[in-house]
Design a binder for this molecule. Structure first.
Ligand SMILES: Nc1ncnc2c1ncn2[C@@H]1O[C@H](COP(=O)(O)OP(=O)(O)OP(=O)(O)O)[C@@H](O)[C@H]1O
Ligand SMILES: [Mg+2]
Length: 335
């Protein structure tokens, strides 16, 4: 959240919210609302500030009064001061060992809502491990990871929340081969988010359209090219309506033409405001898409900055050495 004030107007059963941060008033669903003597605490509103906002009971309105109440709250919210910024992803002093191997060393990293972060670094520097820790596929031994206000503790309930909010796309697509494209896309929303199947299918078709794969909805992964499979994998992640997307070298298994079609899709997502962390060796993409580039080596963050700073004026010898291996816009494998 980037310091925008958000106020909510509740009905008795469900809720509607007013988001002035998005520039215009609009209704948003309130996922969890609890009454308290002093008013209502609101959490978990899609795309908005996740911190509880206490709404004085006199401002809560029901039925026909709801719209008028919302407008009143919107006017009130205009007069309030901005809330302090809270990163969408906050990593502090993260350490991870595999046996005796110390693979993440005091990694601290924040991602703001709508920010696009590219992570690069030599093979074995811990990039995938970092992403896997962020969506709870790997546990960490010390330090903190907080995703949208929820700290990753390893508890099953917390893992469930975090995996719903964090979409991940892997190098190797990881589609279920025995399921159609549409079934791959609706599986998690139906079983994890408990979305009714018809609704999940409708949303999946919208996400498939976003990646230009609607025409392939009834096909099996084996009937698709690598680039098409990766686009389905992106749609599948989007079907969970994640707050942040993690991409782990999404194009490294693809030939140049398919690479471009997948990078164009990711670029489109970035332009639409999706918060993302992308591990990639495609430096042209990093320059165009990233707000910030992070360079990792041997488990630690060595340097970070804007793409221009990082690529044109690297300050560390390690980054200079890494960049010297850029060939045709991508980092070549070490010889
Ligand atoms: N499951 C595992 N068990 C033991 N060691 C592991 C495991 N996964 C990764 N490692 C080790 O952790 C270190 C970091 O690996 P990681 O895959 O995160 O690197 P990377 O930066 O993603 O590399 P690449 O660019 O090759 O994908 C490496 O030394 C790797 O051998
Ligand atoms: Mg990796």
């Amino acid at each position: 959240m980037d310091g925008r004030a958000v106020f909510f107007c509740l009905s008795e059963r469900d809720g509607v919210g007013v988001d002035r941060g998005a520039g215009a008033a609009r209704s948003v669903p309130v996922e969890h609302a609890t009454d308290s003597p002093s008013g209502a605490a609101v959490r978990g509103c899609g795309g908005l500030d996740r911190r509880a906002i206490f709404l004085p009971a006199r401002m809560a309105c029901v039925g026909a009064d709801r719209r008028a109440g919302a407008a009143r709250l919107l006017r009130l919210s205009m007069r309030t001061t901005a809330l302090p910024a809270q990163p969408l992803v906050a990593v502090a002093q993260l350490n991870k060992w595999y046996g005796a191997a110390h693979v993440l060393r005091n990694v601290s990293l924040d991602l703001a809502t709508h920010e696009r972060l590219v992570v690069c670094g030599p093979s074995g520097s811990g990039k995938s491990t970092l992403l896997r820790c962020l969506n709870g596929l790997e546990s960490h031994q010390s330090g903190r990871i907080v995703i949208d206000g929820t700290e990753l503790t390893g508890a099953a309930s917390v893992l469930g929340i975090v995996r719903r909010e964090v979409g991940m796309v892997f190098q190797s697509f990881n589609l279920f081969p025995h399921m159609t494209v549409l079934e791959n896309c609706t599986l998690a929303p139906v079983w994890v988010r408990k979305t009714p199947p018809g609704e999940a299918e409708e949303f999946a078709l919208t996400q498939l359209a976003r990646v230009h794969m609607s025409a392939h909805a009834r096909k099996y992964p084996s009937e698709l090219s690598g680039g098409e499979q990766q686009r389905v994998a992106i749609a599948r992640a989007l079907c969970m309506a994640p707050k942040v997307m993690l991409f782990d070298e999404p194009t490294s298994a693809l030939d140049p033409e398919m690479m471009k079609e997948v990078l164009d899709i990711i670029m489109g997502l970035a332009d639409s405001g999706m918060s993302m962390i992308c591990v990639t060796h495609e430096m042209g993409f990093a320059r165009r898409a990233a707000d910030r580039v992070v360079f990792m080596d041997r488990g630690e963050i060595v340097e970070q900055g804007t793409p221009d700073q990082m690529f044109d004026n690297p300050t560390t010898a390690r980054l200079r050495m890494f960049l010297s291996r850029i060939v045709h816009g991508r980092i070549a494998a070490p010889t």
